[in-house]
Design a protein around this ligand. Structure first.
Ligand code: SF4
Length: 112
């Protein structure tokens, strides 16, 4: 049986990953990454999404609640990032999306 890899892992074998990281760093200073188009400098303040230039993670781990074809027998890998740009009235993840609970991540090579 062929070994399966997430397609993004192929970025590690090329120069594409540093290029994308540099573009992400630049985008933080004049942010138009979502439909809010607010242009906020996230190196100086939070955007309406609740996030500045620090990455917050609410939780991570195997997720067994997805459909079987996605999770297999051991669960799918899941990372819940904190903050959200939508502000839905009935959000079931309010603490994560609007109160931006979680812990900071300062992994080498991640945009800050
Ligand atoms: S809401 Fe957040 S992600 Fe969207 S454009 Fe504004 S700062 Fe960027």
């Amino acid at each position: 049986m062929a070994k399966l890899w997430p397609i993004y892992r192929s970025l590690l074998d090329t120069s594409e990953l540093p290029t994308r990281l540099a573009a992400a760093e630049l985008a933080l200073a004049d942010c138009y990454l979502c439909g809010n188009d607010c242009g906020i400098d996230r190196t100086r303040q939070d955007g309406p999404c609740g996030v500045a230039d620090t990455l917050y993670v609410a939780s991570y781990g195997p997720h067994h609640g997805e459909e079987g074809v996605l999770r297999g027998h051991r669960g799918s890998g899941t990372v819940f990032f904190s903050g959200c740009n939508l502000h839905c009235v009935y959000c079931q993840n309010y603490d994560v999306s609007q109160q931006v609970t979680g812990f900071t991540v300062d992994a080498p090579g991640w945009p800050r």
